[in-house]
Ligand binder design. Structure first.
Ligand SMILES: *Cc1c(COP(=O)(O)O)cnc(C)c1O
Length: 466
């Protein structure tokens, strides 16, 4: 069964047990509350059954899972989250989450400071989608009826959210590296109906970073709101091994109006933990409402007053606070070093793929996501081979992902024939690897060896068939 002796970390169970005793001591003036007598055997049996059901997952926790944006939280986050569930605070209002609301405010403050903001308003959400919803909702309050623009590589959620908010939405084309085409943006803005531009710092497919400095220059000329979707890429502001283009973008980040970042992506948190930040705290006026049943204990800020969601997991704030305490958001710190390893792993994988005759890697990674095609005579053949390599890698325990790239991302002469498709509209199925675990760097030889042998298996099968 456990042929390789795979074992999960269990140290955090000891920390949790000790912390639980400390937590209980804080309530020692209460009379003991005999907990409902648990019939142990059936509970344990159900948990065994649960463990067996959970085995059906791909091994997201293992470095050989290098496919989608999935990884487990940091052990400290896991233990802090679990610890909080013995209280189960609700950060809707201070009554329901006295300690955890303060921890949320401190955690949010640290994120705003990371982005170079001195003033801010913000809170945690259930994830990036809801955080973006709040940012576009505020944008719509400020510019009612005006268009939201995002690139064609932006997360699909912006289109949907604009629909929910009944705001007009339009897309802007991207350049061959997946970044918003700034000339196309300017042409679109000249129509005069744009209220907000969504700038993606780290697209979900490619990790591409939109050219914020140029977009800020357009804002000075035309006047519009800038919302940054940094759900995936935001934490990369801490690293020192970005390419110069991306580094310039992160340097201008403080000038934007709102930012979304997902601690449950690169912030080592369990789902669901997103965050929305506004530079101008006065947007809090849009949230104002009266709810006398819940806001009666103090004059302090109630997070429920600046959030569209009502009940929110206090445990998420506790876990994020504990993680940031253990691994502060500082340049040159341990957490930054972990992200830097991810980026180094991506650069190294890109280098090897680029040097291989089997593959075509058209876009150097801007963050830690690598996308590449398999050689073939036509885009269709390359697509079919990508799917075959994906399966061959999985048989070697290496889990990759698949993504469609527009034909325009590749050089004109990549394929001899394009079998009748308009070259610019053909989509090519590619392999994609998100190297978001810091251990990926140490595993890069093991990962590459599997990619290479999977590629050889597929391409030699093709050769012997012809
Ligand atoms: C993941 C992601 C989202 C959506 O966030 P969820 O937390 O999955 O709801 C939005 N934008 C970008 C750029 C993302 O990577």
């Amino acid at each position: 069964m456990l042929a390789y002796g795979m074992k999960f970390e269990e140290e955090s169970l000891v920390w949790l047990q000790n912390a639980l005793s400390t937590l209980a001591e804080g309530f020692s003036s209460l009379p003991p509350n005999s907990s409902p007598s648990l019939d142990q055997a059936p509970m344990a049996a159900v948990l065994q059954e649960t463990a067996i059901r959970l085995r059906e997952n791909y091994p997201y926790f293992h470095p050989l899972y290098a496919g989608q944006m999935l990884k487990p939280p940091h052990p400290v986050a896991r233990a802090a989250y679990a610890l909080a569930t013995w209280i189960n605070p609700n950060n809707h209002a201070l009554d329901g989450g006295r300690a955890s609301s303060k921890m949320e405010i401190e955690a949010i403050q640290a994120l705003a400071t990371m982005f170079g903001w001195t003033a801010h308003l913000g809170h945690l959400t259930s994830g990036g989608t809801f955080a973006n919803l709040e940012a576009l909702w505020v944008a719509g309050q400020l510019h009612p009826g005006r268009t939201i623009l995002a690139s064609d590589q932006a997360h699909y959620t912006h289109h949907r959210i604009s629909g929910v908010l009944r705001l007009p939405f339009d897309t802007v084309a991207t350049d061959p590296r997946g970044r918003m085409d700034v000339n196309a943006l300017e042409t679109r803005i000249q129509k005069g109906d744009v209220g907000t531009v969504v700038v993606t710092m780290g697209t979900t497919a490619l990790g591409a970073v939109d050219a914020l400095p140029e977009i800020l220059a357009l804002r000075n000329r035309y006047g519009f709101r800038i919302h940054v979707d940094a759900a995936y890429g935001g934490y990369f502001t801490l690293v020192s091994n970005l390419d110069p283009d991306a580094a310039d973008v992160f340097a201008t980040l403080p000038a934007v109006d709102s930012i979304v970042i997902d601690p449950h992506k690169h912030g080592l948190q369990p789902y669901g933990c997103g965050c929305v930040l506004f530079q101008d705290p006065s947007v809090g006026r849009f949230y104002k409402h009266d709810s006398p049943y819940t806001y009666f204990t103090s004059d302090e800020l109630h997070l429920g007053e600046i959030s569209l969601e009502c009940s929110r997991a206090g445990a998420s704030a506790v876990a994020l606070w504990a993680t940031q305490r253990a691994l502060p958001l500082t340049r040159g710190g341990e957490f930054a070093g972990m992200l830097q390893s991810c980026r180094s792993a991506a650069l190294e994988l890109y280098r090897r793929i680029h040097a291989s005759a089997m593959f075509i890697a058209p876009i150097p990674p801007q963050l830690d996501i690598v996308v590449w095609a398999v050689r073939g005579d036509t885009p269709e053949e390359s697509s079919a081979r990508a799917r075959a390599v994906f399966d061959a890698a999985a048989r070697r325990n290496l889990h990759l992902a698949l993504v469609h790239l527009p034909r325009s991302c590749f050089r004109e002469n990549t394929w001899a024939t394009t079998s009748g498709f308009a070259p610019s509209t053909t989509l090519v199925q590619c392999l994609r690897s998100v190297l978001m675990k810091s251990e990926h760097l140490a595993w890069i030889d093991a990962i590459w060896e599997r990619i290479e042998t999977a590629g050889q298996e597929i391409l030699s099968a093709v050769d012997s068939a012809t």
